[in-house]
Design a binder for this molecule. Structure first.
Ligand SMILES: [Zn+2]
Ligand SMILES: [Zn+2]
Length: 205
């Protein structure tokens, strides 16, 4: 059994321009995914390729696993295959302490003389929209915050167990995927009724 935390914290000196492959599996909590909604079936398989050029480290690869999500319609949990493409760039954090304490790890502006670096949401001109820019400090690269963020970003806003999930009966709560209930059709206001009420009576007369 590998120790993912060591593998996910490689020494900068081990990352050369020729690339450093890195593969391991980690549990959700090992990546800091420990909220109630962070549920996984089995470990997360992580395969990365790291390379460094003059301090700039690029990380590409995939994170694969199975997330357990709760359907917003029927409220049941379902297994959601997870395949996250990783593409991250790390720049060295300047050794000078930033003026404001970094609230968010790894996403701060580096104060590096000539090379302009945009800190926040400003577009990086060299990077695709897919790029994620991070900062590192010291002699190791901690990949866990980035991986955690990528898993969170990959989660759907409105998880649905299947496209045609029928959800729950609003009246009795029966899961309509399992069977129909005996409730009368919901009394949603019909658009026709509204039109009839407001419109001229001539058509129906
Ligand atoms: Zn559902
Ligand atoms: Zn019902």
């Amino acid at each position: 059994m590998t120790v993912p935390m060591d593998l996910l914290n490689p020494a900068i000196v081990d990352i050369g321009p020729e690339g450093l492959p890195l593969s391991c599996s980690a549990s959700g909590p090992q990546l800091g995914l420990d909220q109630p909604e962070d549920k996984f079936d089995g470990p997360l398989a992580i395969q990365l390729e790291l390379s460094q050029l003059e301090g700039r480290i690029s990380v590409t690869g995939t994170l694969e696993g199975t997330a357990i999500r709760q359907c917003v319609r029927c409220l049941l949990e379902y297994a959601d295959p997870l395949l996250v493409s990783i593409y991250a760039e790390y720049l060295p954090q300047a050794s000078v302490a930033p003026k404001s304490a970094p609230a968010e790890q790894g996403r701060r502006n580096a104060r590096r003389g000539a090379q302009p670096v945009e800190p926040e949401e400003e577009a990086d001109e060299e990077a695709d929209e897919e790029d994620e820019l991070y900062w590192y400090q010291g002699d190791h690269l901690d990949l866990t915050p980035m991986l955690r963020e990528q898993v969170i970003l990959a989660a759907p806003m409105q998880p649905i167990c299947r496209e045609d999930c029928l959800g729950l009966c609003p009246q009795c709560g029966q899961n309509l995927n399992e069977r129909r209930c005996g409730c009368p059709p919901a009394q949603a206001p019909s658009p026709f009724r509204v039109l009839r009420g407001r419109g001229p009576k001539s058509e129906n007369a």
